[in-house]
Design a protein around this ligand. Structure first.
Ligand code: NMX
Ligand code: MLT
Length: 441
């Protein structure tokens, strides 16, 4: 499978590999971090011990894809005709190469992905064997694994491909996976919620990837297409340490093919502290409305409800973050979309009011290090506005987008020959002895 993106990638990663080899040869023993006992027990927070090229998250500023903020991407990446949001195909190009693609290059990615959009029959049969009530994220993971029969990487590995060819095989798998992810997602949506009445991909092959996803889900509004372009662009990547990226990278480090690796990442995304928070936010918000008699509650009512949630030992979904210490810029991009297209939406009024109420309360409670909203606090209300109100499906959309970032990183991992990931674990006994030894010196 050749393309100008693949050719560009080949030359860029050769240079990157050389840079890494030079850095390792000259400074391989230079320390970059110390590890405390709290970090060893505390989810390894803040330890700088892995490398991810595609994006980075600054606690005070939020995400940058290859150095670009979301507003910069919205300004600089190619868009659909008449649209204002970046095309995710361009985001993928940016993540992989660090370059802003031209419209023609983005069209090339659209064509390559859309050429791969047929879901094999055995994948459909596998999904159809599951109860329609199976959680959509479980179906997504099973569907990805069922597609593994087609893995070029696994096939070529068995045939003895050299290490230098790993990235090439990985790239081919990733193109196919990216082409199929929206079809798989739409298949899950229509079988779970629309009686199995499936919608074929758009006959117009030049229709962009997100608009085609909207079409296969059953939503033809132009605004919903724009929402999908925004949604797919901003959920794609959040540096390497988040659960879905880290899990994908870790499993891939054993040279598991991208189907096996991505399924692992998606299983992590399905946790309520990670991507599943987007469905939990909507459930919680609807619970607020129901308990308070419907409509938009008063600020005082909301404050009481938030405290009741905290006092009953639950988290406020959509608030807090492992890295961020400010409002997530992805939340702000969603808010901007809402202010433009659905300013009077009732749920949006509540989301806005929560933004005024929750940070204060979390700060007063004094536990959460970050009292501000993350991306999941806002995405659900946008989807509900256009009629996509099956909350359990929301994390699948997150997953389709996240596939771009984690798979781009997987290609880069294989291109630079990243080794098996295998950190050292210690026991509590070892830690006690270590602390005693440190105190004695
Ligand atoms: N509501 C109530 N308590 C919270 C919240 C929150 N939104 N956020 C953090 N805390 C608590 C947390 O549970 C912990 O309590 P304890 O000591 O009793 O275990 C304490 O504050 C310290 O946690 P942090 O160090 O601030 O947060 P951590 O890095 O461990 O976790 C999250 C980050 C995102 C898991 C956490 O903020 C959370 O549970 N948020 C709600 C779920 C959510 O929105 N997840 C989506 C994240 C974004 N994504 O898409 O993945
Ligand atoms: C993500 O997008 O992966 C989340 O914000 C979680 C994280 O970065 O830890």
């Amino acid at each position: 499978m050749s393309s100008s993106l693949k050719a560009l990638l080949g030359s860029k990663t050769a240079t990157l590999k050389q840079e890494i080899e030079g850095l390792l040869a000259a400074h391989g023993n230079t320390p970059i971090a110390d590890v405390t006992v709290s970090q060893a027990y505390g989810g390894m927070r803040d330890i700088k011990c892995m490398v991810t090229e595609t994006s980075s998250v600054d606690p005070q500023e939020g995400i940058r894809y290859r150095g670009m903020t979301i507003p910069e991407m919205q300004a600089k990446l190619p868009k659909a005709q008449g649209g204002t949001q970046p095309l995710p195909e361009g985001v993928f190009w940016l993540l992989l190469t660090g370059d802003v693609p031209t419209a023609a290059q983005v069209a090339e990615v659209t064509a390559a992905w859309r050429a791969e959009e047929a879901l094999p029959d055995h994948v459909k049969r596998t999904l159809d064997a599951l109860p329609a009530t199976t959680h959509p994220m479980t179906q997504l993971s099973i569907g990805i694994l069922a597609m593994q029969t087609d893995s070029t990487f696994a096939h070529r590995y068995r045939e003895g491909m050299p290490k230098s060819a790993h990235w090439d095989a990985m790239y081919d798998d990733v193109v196919r996976l990216m082409g199929r992810m929206p079809v798989l997602a739409a298949y899950i949506y229509r079988r779970s919620y629309k009686g199995g009445q499936h919608i074929a991909p758009a006959a117009d092959k030049s229709l962009d990837w997100s608009a085609n996803l909207a079409h296969m889900l059953g939503f033809e509004q132009g605004e919903f297409r724009e929402l999908m372009r925004l949604y797919m662009s901003i959920h794609a990547d959040h540096e390497g340490g988040n659960v879905s990226a880290h899990a994908t990278h870790l499993v891939g480090s054993a040279l598991a093919d991208p189907y096996l690796s991505l399924a692992a990442g998606m299983n992590g995304l399905a946790g309520p502290l990670h991507g599943l928070a987007n469905q939990e936010v909507m459930r919680w918000l609807v619970g607020v409305k129901a308990k308070l008699g419907g409509g938009v509650p008063t600020k005082e009512q909301l404050q009481t409800f938030v405290w009741n949630t905290l006092n009953s030992g639950q988290v406020i979904p959509g608030y807090g973050h492992g890295v961020l210490r400010v409002t997530d810029p992805r939340y702000l991009a969603e808010r901007e979309f809402a202010l433009r297209y659905l300013p009077d939406d009732e749920n949006f009024q509540i989301v806005k009011m929560l933004y005024e109420v929750v940070p204060d309360i979390l700060t007063k409670q004094g536990k959460a290090k970050d009292p501000w909203p993350n991306v999941d606090a806002h995405s659900g209300v946008l989807l509900v506005h256009y009629g996509l109100d099956e909350y359990d499906f929301y994390t699948v959309l997150f997953g389709v987008s996240r596939a771009m970032g984690v798979l781009a990183s997987l290609v880069l991992d294989r291109a630079v020959g990243s080794p098996l990931e295998r950190p050292k674990s210690v026991t509590t006994d070892w830690l006690k002895k270590k602390v005693a030894a440190v105190l004695a010196t």
